[in-house]
Design a protein around this ligand. Structure first.
Ligand SMILES: Nc1ncnc2c1ncn2[C@@H]1O[C@H](COP(=O)(O)OP(=O)(O)OP(=O)(O)O)[C@@H](O)[C@H]1O
Ligand SMILES: [Mg+2]
Length: 331
């Protein structure tokens, strides 16, 4: 059980600054998801919490204990990476218990720990298999088991599901959510996946260029993005941005645009647009269209009988529009 506090953290590699004066307070048992563009410093931040990377300035506390000078193994954390290397010559039991055996734990206790996590992760039947005899999702669960067996105070995940196919990702995502409920441990999770971020997080931290842009619940960052960067980053497809003459930018999400013929909105703005691309996704259809030289993407319900080149009348739900000033801040 542990809170994690980052106070005025900075990190540079030589002259290159990667993290700048970052403050972040993570509550005990909280599930925090870190998102941001490639290179913004997510892995660096995680590795600093783990103790795998020195910090240039600032203070990191885990469970109210300053850990700046503690070795990774003394920080009571466990980390699962994107490339979880299992030992190929060891079976699942040995892979999971490796750390415990290295610490000379008694055999009976090791057994108890391995069985506990195998139960939670539903891999009891796989304990005698080698990694090569497992599916990707099963391997991923073994890697999690190896982290969990130690009962850490904090779990750190760095894109743990990004090597899996879509179906496995979805089921592992549900597993991780269940795991969090079961073990009630603080979790810090890095992902590029919008759905993972929105569904797993108690709070999402959106970073850009080593700085936090916003911290909030999934609904807060979706409904009330602090600035244009967050607005564009959260949500898929990306929010449409329409610049006006006086420097104000109107933001409208694709899901807040409708075909005028089927829209019944109090605050609707109609535009005539020419369709450039139609992407039928089954449950919904994406339209990429142009009006007055402005490109907009609309996400419409169901399958729609529209082809590229056609002119359509779209209604923008202005009650859900966002305004951003010249500086990108929300107005
Ligand atoms: N050992 C290093 N030496 C120099 N620069 C580094 C080193 N490690 C990382 N960087 C730089 O620090 C920045 C942040 O890297 P980091 O790995 O934290 O990004 P990230 O947000 O995890 O990106 P991604 O989403 O691609 O994994 C990048 O610009 C990267 O090139
Ligand atoms: Mg990374």
């Amino acid at each position: 059980m542990a809170s994690v506090t980052l106070s005025d953290i900075s990190k540079s590699y030589g002259k290159v600054s990667v993290i700048e004066h970052l403050d972040l307070e993570i509550r005990d048992k909280e599930f925090i998801v870190l998102v941001g563009p490639s290179g913004c410093g997510k892995s660096t931040l995680l590795r600093m919490i783990a103790g795998l990377e020195d910090i240039t300035a600032g203070k990191i506390s885990i469970a109210e204990r300053m850990v700046n000078n503690l070795e990774p193994r003394d920080r009571d954390i466990a980390m699962v990476f994107q490339n979880y290397a299992l030992y190929p010559h060891m079976n699942v039991y040995k892979n999971i218990s490796f750390g415990l055996r290295a610490r000379k734990m008694a055999k009976a206790d090791i057994d108890t720990h391995v069985n506990r996590v195998a139960e939670i992760l539903d891999i009891k039947d796989l304990l005698n298999r080698k990694p090569s005899e497992l599916s990707g999702g099963q391997r991923q669960r073994v890697a999690m088991g190896r982290a969990m067996v130690r009962n850490p105070a904090v779990f750190l995940f760095d894109e743990p599901l990004s090597n899996l196919d879509a179906k496995l990702r979805a089921s592992m995502r549900a597993e991780i959510k269940k795991l969090h409920r079961t073990v009630e441990t603080t979790m810090i999770y890095v992902t590029h996946d919008q759905v993972e971020a929105m569904t797993l997080a108690d709070r999402i931290v959106i970073m850009d260029q080593g700085k936090i842009q916003q911290i909030g619940t999934p609904m807060e960052v979706y409904q009330a993005p602090a600035n244009q960067f967050v607005a564009g980053f959260i949500g898929s497809p990306e929010m449409n941005f329409i610049k006006s003459r006086d420097g104000i930018t109107l933001g409208i999400r694709p899901e807040d645009i409708y075909l005028a013929e089927s829209a019944t909105l109090d605050k609707g703005k109609n535009v005539k647009a020419v369709v450039e691309v139609v992407e039928p996704l089954g449950a919904e259809t994406l339209l990429i269209a142009f009006y007055d030289g402005i490109k907009i993407t609309a996400k419409l319900n169901g399958l729609i009988d529209i082809e590229a080149g056609m002119e359509v009348k779209l209604t923008l739900d202005m009650s859900r529009a966002h305004l951003f000033g010249k500086d990108g801040e929300r107005v």
